[in-house]
Design a protein around this ligand. Sequence first.
Ligand SMILES: [Zn+2]
Length: 87
Amino acid sequence: MSLKTPINHNFNITCPKCEHSCLYDLRLDELKELSLNKSSSDLENQYEFLSYVVCKNPLCNYDIELKGYIYEYPENTIKSAEITSTK
Ligand SMILES: [Zn+2]
């Protein structure tokens, strides 16, 4: 998967501190960590990612940590993505 791989995934996330909800636009070049999960099947690659987004609430500005998975299949195509934890 290259940084030019297009991702069209938006997530509605909720700030764990103030419960303000905002839309998070997943972009490969903004991810802090991206690692291939070797235990995934041969058909698709599963990547674990870590990212941060600042809460849009001006009274909060909490740095929200996002963890999730990106599934790539076929190569350089994002099949799906999910966020598994926000904190
Ligand atoms: Zn907040």
